[in-house]
Design a protein around this ligand. Sequence first.
Ligand code: ZN
Ligand code: ZN
Length: 450
Amino acid sequence: MYNWSEFIGKRYKCQCGHIHECDIQHIVVEKNALIKIVSYIKTASYNGICIIADKNTEKAAATKLYEILEQNNIVYTKYVFSENELVPDEIAVGKIITHLAKKCELLIGIGSGVINDLCKFISYTLKIDYFIVATAPSMDGYASDGAALIIDNLKTTYEKVGRPKAIIADTSILKNAPMHLITAGIGDIFGKYICLTDWQLSHIITGEYYCQKLVDIMNKAVLAVTDAANEGIIQRNEKAIGSVMEGLILAGIDMSYSGNSRPASGSEHHMSHYWEMIFLQQGHEGVHHGTKVGVGTIISLMLYKKLAEKLKLTTTFPQKHFNKSTWIANIKNVYGKAAPGVIALEEYAQKNDDAKVATRLSNIKKYKNNIINLAEKLPNISKLIELMRKINAPYHPAQIGVTEEMVKNAIIYAKELRNRYGILQLLFDCGWQEEFANEICHELNAMNKS
Ligand SMILES: [Zn+2]
Ligand SMILES: [Zn+2]
């Protein structure tokens, strides 16, 4: 169990030269934590409280909260979504705003990813505080200041939209969360192996800012969640599920400190986002975010392993010319409706520009051994797959409806979604994208058959 006061309500200058801050006032992860909400509300003297839930989270936690508030003479209004599958889009945002009481000083969101993102966004837009009562340890956005919504049918991440004033994680509620949401949370954390390595890779090759303290915090979260996954998750052990939640909150705090998602999102997330876009164009979101991240993690681990082998054998790195018109045609082909945004990002960031690639390529050559070391420090793929199998978390793309073509496209084009250096951009720099994509698909096919 963490002493959260070590992490929150702080603003300090770090050895890395940056200011790290996280203005969350209360975090509680324990059995019967829900009762603590009474003192949090009374201390801040909120007038006008509105509870936001959906029909599942109302059953899981809101009903209990209504009772607690009534017993303590705390007046509230509520809005409960009746949708079977709530989507965090303009309609959902509009519904909450329409149903808010005139005088609302505090929103209490009851749920996980979707409700948290909606409340975070509305709290920021209307400048009212929000608390989140977590119903599942399913993702790491509880303590971060980014919100992912679907606007104009496109997944849109709003950065720096604030954090909840309180995170209430009652383990007696969390232990009953659907198992696929719990394993999604674990998948989101396994992704940190890759994104932390991508960050170090970028630090070496591009000289990007890097903070060891933030990496240490994230590693702490990864370790705690890996231990929990090994022990007690499948039996719904309350302590193990609480540990997953703690790891996810800590990861969110780390993003708050960083001011962006750098310590929490790398190539594995880019692949997951790419697949999600394709699924959305087919009219559904596919499996839960963290589940896709888990699969992206296994593919990224395979790429890093292959990279280490290839680098050991390579002495010359010839540079290929970036053919922009061919690239644009390919982006239109693989991104469909989302292509204009991807092309605009390249116009702005010019990450594939020949001169930039040449500079990075000379650093790849110069720091070849450092890169091999980084790749070799990553966890053993078979062991991680074994652990994912143990908790019934998908690890193979075929298990989540991701086709071979989607794997190939993700390895080659998912990097175009963000201007964030990682192994996928390194493969572009070296001209190894197609070769690696083909070999990985071959290995995945063999794995599927075994
Ligand atoms: Zn720092
Ligand atoms: Zn994530």
